[in-house]
Design a protein. Structure first.
Ligand SMILES: Cc1ncc(COP(=O)(O)O)c(C=O)c1O
Length: 373
């Protein structure tokens, strides 16, 4: 039986999603846990998308495969044509399609460490070699990544903003890197959190316009609050989109997802409210971290990676028992830090209340040990 499994998967660890609200209810008997672990939209779903979802009809027929109208709408935002847009069952599927279309076993893929875990997972599935380049001061070390590229490199991932650190790359450095990278390599810029970035940040599509072997990934999961409908989209050149499209499953984007996204695109009010909430939460949390003497990376996204003074898993567990679900950096290649999604003002305040109590406990213990010793 063990011989049945592909060799590349024998030492493979599957993706571990974060703890769910239901698990915390069941395990700790907490009625209303607060989930700040999956970088979701704390305001919920775009009301326009919700309304459109209520009217979804014609579910008995296979919906159109090409989604021409939707692709045209997404392309128009950047003055591109629909053949430059590729759609997926979440942007995660688009990462997998890039591997399916371009990566042979033993090819190399370059990525930062830590970065979004899916890149490395897909490398394992496709028996490719993941070349991980450590971040420098929490940011992609683009010079080192360039040096890591060889004749076997097929994909280079830049996650901007980076998950799990939240940090972003400086636009000038990004431009220089993109210009220096061989045109035979597909540059995959994962911008799942693009909408949360400041005005001075890189828009991957600007890089694509100068460098056609580029794939810019976006998602409906975050800013529109549509994680459950599973919809991601990518901007690329028609030469890249064509092979990716040829290997995807037919009808990979469900009709409800397409309908919801078409409505969410026009929901300016929801997008503005989501961004305001994020900015306000960010200011509050950085203020509180400073007050508590905890250091955090500057974020360009809707989550913050903060340093704790105990093992990250221990801090995560202690918060969990108090009804606050965050992500431990231990499992994300970021030991000593927690990744906290920015929530509503009430959620953020509840998190800080519990964190402050824990910090006092840790410091009390350290002081006690110090006295005794
Ligand atoms: C870097 C990054 N890319 C993509 C996604 C979202 O993927 P999807 O569009 O499949 O929901 C996430 C979500 O957590 C992410 O952090």
């Amino acid at each position: 039986m063990s011989d049945l499994l592909r060799k590349s998967l024998r030492a493979f660890t599957p993706y571990k999603p974060g703890t769910t609200v239901d698990e915390v209810r069941r395990t700790y008997g907490i009625a209303q846990p607060i989930k700040l672990s999956q970088n979701e939209n704390p305001l919920g779903t775009s009301p326009r998308a919700l309304q459109a979802l209520h009217g979804v009809d014609a579910l008995s027929v296979y919906f159109e495969d090409d989604h021409r109208a939707l692709k045209t709408r997404l392309a128009e935002r950047y003055g591109l044509g629909p053949q430059s847009v590729i759609l997926g069952h979440g942007s995660n599927e688009l990462v997998q399609l890039a591997f399916t279309a371009f990566v042979d076993p033993a090819d190399e893929v370059v990525m930062a460490q830590p970065s979004f875990g899916l890149f490395k997972k897909d490398a394992a599935i496709f028996a490719a070699r993941a070349v991980e380049v450590p971040l420098r001061d929490g940011v992609h070390d683009l010079d080192a990544m360039l040096r890591a590229v060889t004749a076997r490199t097929k994909l280079v991932f830049v996650c901007d903003p980076n998950n799990p650190t939240g940090t972003r790359v400086e636009p000038e450095a990004f431009e220089r890197f993109a210009a220096a990278l061989s045109p035979d390599v597909l540059l995959v810029i994962d911008q799942a959190y693009r909408e949360f970035m400041d005005a001075g940040a890189t828009d991957g599509v600007d890089i694509l316009k100068r460098r056609p072997t580029t794939l810019v990934l976006r998602t409906a999961s975050k800013i529109w609050g549509l994680a459950a409908v599973r919809f991601g989209y990518g901007y690329t050149s028609p030469e890249i989109a064509r092979p990716m499209n040829s290997v995807r499953l037919p009808f990979n984007v469900a009709r409800p997802a397409a309908v919801a996204v078409l409505a969410a695109l026009d929901d300016v009010d929801f997008i503005e409210r989501s961004l305001e909430n994020n900015e306000r939460g960010k200011r509050y949390l950085y203020g509180e971290f400073a007050r508590l003497g905890l250091r955090a990376y500057p974020t360009a996204a809707n989550f913050i990676a903060v340093e704790v003074e105990v093992e990250a898993d221990a801090a995560y567990q202690a918060l969990l028992e108090r009804g606050i679900i965050v992500r431990s950096g231990d499992g994300l290649g970021m030991p000593g830090r927690l990744r906290i999604s920015i929530g509503t003002p009430d959620e953020n305040a509840a998190f800080i209340r519990e964190l402050e109590a824990l910090v006092a406990g840790w410091r009390g213990r350290v002081a006690e040990v110090g006295t005794v010793g």
